[in-house]
Design a protein around this ligand. Structure first.
Ligand SMILES: Cc1cc2nc3c(=O)[nH]c(=O)nc-3n(C[C@H](O)[C@H](O)[C@H](O)COP(=O)(O)OP(=O)(O)OC[C@H]3O[C@@H](n4cnc5c(N)ncnc54)[C@H](O)[C@@H]3O)c2cc1C
Length: 523
């Protein structure tokens, strides 16, 4: 399909949720905006899909929970979306001395949580340490969250508002040091550590501190860090954003793969191919919703394997005829409503990292599952009574593990993921899985390579590359609007509006919002 015009104020390369946020803000400000998306639908990793033939359930196929999307952004754009709280924050099944048990964290935390900590750890000390630790992280979150939709603060400006001990534990030292100093139980330590490792391949002692940055992003959303369920699935969020953009006058072209972005101080030129025709348009600004690594190729640089991001997660979607029962006896509707941690004891996380870093699929694979349909059954469509969705996110399976033999390695990784779940079930998960129209089990697994093939996230990295601190280094140049919003590239007319912008990671809209504001401030 061709665009209506040859000149736009802004062309957005990629119709992921962030690109749509940019388009909505800019079109509402009266600018002419064109969004170009290579797939036949918008949303990128924030989509719903009927993943299993003959089954009406529409699963959030990739990303599944929302925390970082600011309420202010939802209000600004008048988005008609619902985000529901989960009644369980997490449940961690354990087997100790041969006896099944578990650690329950309710939302909000109450007596059952304290009791569960006491039963597992033999006293109140771990729960007291837990409450103190999360009160400390909340102190940092309350300082950072209000800055996310503003110019970048400097590191010093944030640090001056935070207790030095909290700053040391969360920002200066590798997160593993604080986790080991503050907690003594292996399971409790692991539950805390996972937020530093979702979408990030690292040891808890990694000197790069990439695990600290990942942890911070998981804790700061709207100042509470609560991960909520998008009613109707992730597709409902994207659909609301696409509607906000088109209602305001933005043009969206799908099946339009951008092949080149050329920029100068004066403007940008964007070329795409729709399968039959090549089209070029001019714009005052090109906003890149694609990863910075991909953008560099579109801007004419050679592909650089050395700097390519590498994702490390295994994603598995299931459709179940019924929820499985757990050996610990906990109600499955309680256990699966929140994040159910599997093989995520602290020592297991570190062992899995060491295995994967040595080139092996972890012998015991850490991961977590959660059931969307317990909180929001609307995604099940006309499915029979008892049907549920289950989504698994496995850690420490970097793309490089799958490179030589993708099929066999994925089969091995999936088998290990199922093992880690089955260890805690009365009946194997396979016996609960629904079958599709061809009689195949409703299990869909995605390696990092699959994610790259589906979504063009380089290396299958879910954040388009390592997350940055959500503030600027003290000596950073913050002279241009793009620099002040953390969305600059080397070319003034080309800005980052996606997950690869500073503060851009996850389903947050932050990259989109901040790029749009940099453009508006530049005009
Ligand atoms: C398996 C998985 C689970 C995740 N779980 C969560 C979660 O629960 N919560 C959360 O907050 N985050 C989660 N994330 C991360 C989150 O989904 C991403 O960080 C976020 O979706 C990035 O949004 P974006 O709009 O910046 O980019 P993307 O979603 O990557 O969108 C970029 C768009 O650009 C398009 N594109 C690429 N190349 C071109 C081209 N040449 N021409 C035109 N278009 C192009 C792509 O098709 C895509 O639509 C998850 C990600 C994955 C993969």
């Amino acid at each position: 399909m061709n665009s209506a015009k040859k000149n736009y104020d802004v062309v957005v390369v990629g119709g992921g949720h962030n690109g749509l946020v940019s388009a909505a803000y800019l079109a509402r400000a009266g600018l002419s905006v064109l969004v170009l998306e290579r797939l036949d639908h918008t949303g990128g990793a924030a989509v719903s899909a009927a993943a299993f033939a003959g089954k009406p359930a529409r699963l959030s196929r990739y990303s599944y929970l929302v925390s970082l999307l600011p309420t202010q952004l939802v209000d600004d754009l008048g988005l008609d979306i619902g985000l529901a709280s989960r009644s369980t924050a997490s449940y961690t099944p354990v087997i100790r001395d041969g006896k099944p048990g578990g650690l329950l964290v309710e939302r909000p935390e109450g007596e059952a949580t304290r009791r569960s900590f006491a039963e597992l750890t033999g006293g109140d000390a771990e729960y007291d340490a837990w409450r103190e630790f999360y009160a400390d992280t909340a102190d940092l979150a309350h300082v950072v969250a209000p800055t996310l939709l503003s110019h970048l603060p400097t590191e010093r400006a944030i640090r001056d508002q935070v207790d030095p001990g909290i700053w040391r534990d969360l920002v200066t030292n590798p997160l593993g040091a604080a986790v080991e100093a503050r907690f003594s139980d292996d399971t409790v330590r692991g539950v805390v550590a996972t937020d530093g490792l979702i979408g990030t391949f690292a040891s808890m002692h990694d000197p790069s501190l990439v695990q600290n940055r990942c942890f911070l992003y998981h804790l700061i959303g709207n100042g509470t860090g609560e991960w909520r369920v998008p009613i109707g699935g992730m597709g409902a969020v994207t659909n609301a954003l696409a509607k906000a953009a088109t209602d305001a006058g933005a043009e969206i072209i799908t099946s339009a793969g951008v092949s080149s972005v050329r920029g100068s101080a004066e403007g940008a030129e964007v070329t795409w191919h729709d399968g039959t025709t090549t089209t070029t348009v001019d714009a005052r600004y090109a906003l890149s919703n694609v990863a910075p690594w991909v953008l560099r190729i579109l801007m004419g640089e050679p592909e650089d394997p050395a700097s390519k991001p590498e994702g490390a997660q295994l994603k598995i979607n299931f459709l179940l005829d019924r929820l499985p029962r757990l050996r610990s006896g906990v109600d499955p509707a309680v256990a699966f409503a929140g994040t159910l941690h599997l093989a995520e004891d602290y020592t297991q996380l570190e062992a899995a990292y060491a295995d994967a870093a040595a080139g092996r699929v972890p012998a015991v694979l850490p991961g977590e599952v959660y059931c969307h349909s317990l909180t929001d059954p609307s995604i099940l469509g006309g499915s029979p009574e008892g049907t549920h969705t289950l989504t698994y996110f496995g850690l420490h399976t970097p793309a490089s593990l799958f490179a030589d033999d993708p099929v066999a390695t994925k089969a091995l990784a999936v088998a290990r993921a199922l093992e880690s779940l089955n260890e805690h079930l009365v009946e194997p998960i396979e016996s609960c899985v629904a079958t599709d129209a061809s009689g195949n089990p409703c299990i869909e697994a995605k390696s990092p390579q699959d994610i790259e093939a589906d979504l063009a996230m380089p290396g299958g990295h879910i954040f388009h590359g390592h997350l940055d601190w959500p503030w600027a280094p003290n000596r950073a140049r913050l002279e241009t609007p793009a620099q002040r919003w953390g969305v600059q590239t080397d070319v003034p007319s080309v800005l980052l509006c996606g997950s690869g912008a500073r503060r851009g990671g996850a389903v947050s809209g932050l990259g989109g919002h901040n790029a749009a504001h940099a453009v508006l401030e530049s005009l």
